[in-house]
Design a protein around this ligand. Structure first.
Ligand code: TMP
Length: 252
């Protein structure tokens, strides 16, 4: 008998299904790409497969250095098993080089290195276009406690330090990235873990030698070669084994 699994949530680039055991969820990576709060949409064949593997690679490495996250294991080309958590309604952006919205908001040329990394918070609310918020808003509206915010900041700094080094080692500059966190409960205690995904959809990755963009800005800005660039990131990280058909398309 075929039993249809339960869909818990469908976002712009991922679907969450009920997992095989309580407290687990299956995270499915779609090929859909959106930008500017879904005003721009496309399907990029193979993107989900590549992001599933890049995110698996990065989350496993982060687990290995003690940045606890929701990743349990990859199940197949498009799916991974993750730990269920209460998502904190924040997009946490960490920047090393001025780009994107920071460049526009402050009128600073894209590519200007920052004297130190800057962490920003955005409230996850599509209807409001994810407005930027401060720590005051976050604690006043109980999106996260002061202690949770401290953990979020400390973990973001560790993610940035680790990933900056990882990418630098393969000739890529980590310009900025966005991460999300969740809360898990163990008896009466809660704990913050890293959640969602880390992939070229959620990072700005520039080839250090040429300055070429290897991330979702290729889609946002109509630069072309989106899949080729994501594939290049995977190849440099040494995770291309078993995915040659992605390049030829045709994966579903
Ligand atoms: P921004 O410059 O547009 O604010 O983006 C900062 C970083 O966050 C960049 O690496 C792209 C990523 N990002 C997302 O992952 N999702 C989003 O919805 C937005 C706006 C940015």
């Amino acid at each position: 008998m075929n039993v249809k699994r339960k869909k818990l949530y469908e976002g712009k680039a991922k679907i969450l299904y009920e997992g095989p055991e309580p407290g687990t969820i299956i995270q499915y990576f779609k090929d859909d790409a959106t930008a500017f709060n879904a005003q721009k949409k496309a399907t990029l064949e193979g993107k989900g497969v590549i992001n599933n593997q890049i995110s698996e690679f990065i989350m496993s490495k982060l687990n290995g250095i003690g940045v606890t996250n929701h990743f349990i294991k990859r199940l197949n080309l498009r799916e991974q098993l993750i730990r269920e958590c209460e998502i904190i309604p924040l997009e946490v952006v960490c920047r090393n080089v001025v780009a994107g919205s920071m460049s526009q908001r402050l009128g600073i040329e894209e590519g200007t290195p920052l004297p130190r990394s800057i962490i920003e918070f955005y409230y996850k609310k599509d209807e409001l276009n994810d407005p930027m918020v401060t720590e005051e808003h976050i604690t006043a509206f109980n999106w996260a406690s002061t202690q949770e915010l401290d953990d979020i900041l400390a973990m973001t700094v560790r993610v940035n330090d680790y990933l900056s080094g990882l990418f630098a080692g393969v000739g890529i500059t980590l310009v900025d990235f966005k991460i999300e966190f969740g809360r898990i409960w163990e008896n009466d205690y809660s704990r913050i873990i890293l959640a969602d995904e880390i992939s070229p959809d959620s990072c700005r990755l520039w080839d250090t030698a040429t300055g070429n963009k290897l991330d979702k800005d290729r889609f946002r800005r109509d630069l072309g070669d989106v899949i080729e660039s994501y594939t290049e990131v995977a190849r440099r990280l040494g995770i291309m084994k078993g995915m040659p058909t992605v390049i030829q398309g045709g994966l579903h």
